[in-house]
Ligand binder design. Structure first.
Ligand code: SIN
Ligand code: CO
Length: 384
């Protein structure tokens, strides 16, 4: 278990003073840090088709970026390159535990764990990210510089698939050692150059753009065959130019759209489903043959431990204590009765369910059936 050590700051202080506001170096954020995986294991993940990986290198000032899967790393030499593997939490349960200390931010805001291995001189160059990130230093040392957002910075594109920024003024300049953590809000320029072979773990967050939100809403309308209200214009006056789109008509179109967005009843349905959809492949192993609910009840009774598949996104929404609960798992919605809040919390708040917690699922046939279905879909599995 990784325990976050913010020094003299409380989590509340951190949220008030730094979250989305300014970068922070958390020296020895994880005391006595041990890497959950080795560079060799990371290289092994980058061999897989289903796992997104890339190598960024800079040789003689020439930047390059190649996407995986990779078979042979020796062609990249001993220095000046970085291997980056996305969504490692989906494939490596030990590495996934690195997300847990940051779960003071809700599930839906957490994105994935990206892990990088850099050789001496390796890095992706000075750049900005659109999302908050905690970068944890694993084995090795890296020279990091972080600055505040600066509109005068120019976007540079030293390679068609690499976006960097012009030189920036730093407010943090540090050599990170194992267990040190950098918090970097969106838009803060940063650059990490490895001093030796080094592992870095990036806990990334999701912040949907308006485009993503509208896409989620439209998907919901299509999936549920909802046309909504249609444009109407009773009381129209004579058009002075039939070719023109009038301000008045545009205002009505805008109003029609705003009505749809203001629909409070629809909002949690489409948002919950949108935000729990996985962006990266999941390591789903459907049990074959499927379990019967009596078998599941027996396992739970014997004290088995259940783990949630890495990267599975689970959230719930309950408007009031007497309203139904909307449970969202991997983009699907399940409706639970109002008094099943504890069931929703167990499934969404914990990545591992211990035997005492599992007893709850044996207390009603509906709960056992719900859990049986989730296990049969490969979403939860018996880990002990
Ligand atoms: C890295 O680990 O090399 C990249 C992390 C980042 O700058 O976002
Ligand atoms: Co970055």
């Amino acid at each position: 278990m990784y325990q976050l050590n913010l020094g003299s700051l409380s989590v509340t202080d951190f949220l008030q003073q730094y979250w989305q506001k300014k970068p922070l170096l958390i020296k020895a954020g994880f005391k006595h840090f041990t890497d959950p995986l080795t560079a060799d294991e990371l290289a092994g993940l980058a061999l897989e088709d289903d796992i997104e990986s890339r190598i960024v290198s800079c040789i003689d000032k020439q930047w390059d970026m190649q996407t995986g899967p990779f078979e042979d790393f020796s062609v990249f030499g001993e220095q000046n390159w970085t291997l980056l593997v996305q969504a490692v939490d989906h494939w490596h349960p030990e590495a996934a535990k690195l997300l847990d200390p940051f779960r003071f931010i809700p599930n839906w805001r957490i994105d994935d764990l990206m892990v990088s291995f850099s050789t001496p001189g390796g890095g992706v160059g000075p750049h900005l990210d659109q999302y908050d990130v905690f970068i944890i230093q694993g084995e090795g040392k890296r020279h990091w510089r972080v600055g505040m957002p600066d509109r005068s910075l120019q976007q540079l594109c030293p390679h068609p698939r690499l976006l960097q920024v012009s030189p920036f003024q730093d407010c943090i300049d540090v050599i990170t050692e194992p267990g040190d953590i950098l918090y970097i809000p969106p838009g803060c320029p940063h650059e990490g150059i490895s001093l030796e072979n080094s592992l870095n773990y990036s806990v990334g967050f999701r912040a949907p753009a308006q485009k993503d939100l509208l896409t989620g809403l439209v998907d919901h309308l299509i999936d549920h065959d909802i046309n909504g209200e249609r444009f109407s214009d009773a009381g129209r006056s004579i058009a002075s130019s039939v070719g023109a789109i009038s301000e008045n008509d545009l205002a009505k179109v805008q109003q029609l759209l705003q009505q749809l967005l203001a629909d409070q009843a629809m909002l949690p349905h489409w948002f919950g489903s949108l935000i729990t959809r996985a962006k990266h492949e999941l390591d789903i192993n459907e049990p074959e043959p499927h379990y019967g609910s009596d078998e599941i009840a027996e396992y739970l009774d014997e004290g088995s431990v259940l783990s949630r598949t890495g990267g599975l996104r689970c959230c719930y929404y309950q408007q009031a204590a007497d309203s139904d609960i909307l449970l969202f798992i991997n983009g699907d919605q399940i409706t639970l009765p109002a008094d099943e809040l504890h069931t929703a919390r167990l499934l969404c708040d914990y990545t591992e369910l211990l035997s005492e917690q599992n007893r709850h699922f044996c207390q009603s046939p509906q709960r056992t059936m719900l859990l049986t279905n989730l296990i049969n879909q490969g979403y939860w599995y018996f880990s002990e």
